[in-house]
Design a protein around this ligand. Structure first.
Ligand code: IYR
Length: 229
């Protein structure tokens, strides 16, 4: 609840006093190091255990994602949470059908070469083994009083929410993978989403399988991506 003593009116709109926790410089450095350490250990994982995940974790990480900034605070996203094995099976079959075509004819030789070290192919067993699939839809427009109202910076907004979601998944001790089957309209049909929504990203969520291996890849060094002026 907002304490009315903590509010002012600006142009007829209520603004509330903003409080943020503050830390000593040492604590700030320590906190930034600790998130860096956690983040550097995040990896995209393709092999999942079937171990159950408590739904409360799913709801908490989705609330974290939905706290992301968005154009005009329109929050232009819908997160579909799939636990039902029958729906997961349908999604896997449809995704593998598209991916087979992509790997066999739609992707360029250059693209296939660039992916080779990741060891991916059209088989997507994680779409059935992971206890949850989250399918993120972007809401391109809203219907208000029968009128179509476009949202703003939809891709940027949903991308930000997905970034926060991926961090929240890792922070909770679970793993995920940014899966973008292409084309992914089948998700719209299977999940019967309205036409103002378009599939954006699919994230399996769960525990890694016993003895999981991931490609030994490295991240760029700071002087490759930070330019100080
Ligand atoms: N969508 C395919 C191919 C793929 C594309 C990229 I770019 C990747 O970084 C990884 C995979 C798939 O999921 O296999």
């Amino acid at each position: 609840m907002i304490d009315p003593k903590d509010t002012i009116e600006i142009n007829g709109y209520t603004h509330q006093r903003y409080y943020q926790d503050s830390y000593s410089t040492e604590e700030m450095i320590e906190r930034s190091r600790s998130l860096l350490k956690l983040s550097l250990n995040r990896r995209s994982v393709r092999d999942y255990s079937e171990k159950e995940v408590p739904y409360e974790i799913i709801e908490n990480i989705l609330k974290t994602a939905s706290s992301a900034p968005s154009g005009a605070n329109k929050q232009p996203w819908t997160f579909c949470v799939v636990k039902d094995p029958k729906i997961k099976k349908k999604i896997r079959e449809a995704a593998e059908k598209e991916e087979k075509q992509s790997y066999e004819s739609r992707m360029s030789d250059r693209w296939l070469k660039d992916l080779e070290h990741l060891g991916t192919d059209y088989h997507k067993p994680f779409l059935e083994t992971a206890p949850y699939l989250i399918i993120v839809f972007k809401r391109v427009f809203e219907i208000e009083n029968g009128e179509k109202q476009n949202n703003y910076y939809v891709n940027e907004s949903v991308g930000l929410a997905c970034g926060m979601l991926i961090s929240a998944i890792h922070n909770a001790g679970l793993v995920t993978l940014t899966h973008t089957p292409s084309p992914m309209n089948f998700l719209q049909d299977i999940l019967e989403r309205p036409k103002n929504e378009r599939p954006f990203l699919l994230l399996p969520i769960g525990y890694p399988a016993n003895e999981t291996y991931v490609p030994a890849i490295t991240k760029k060094s700071v002087d490759e991506y930070i330019k100080i002026y």
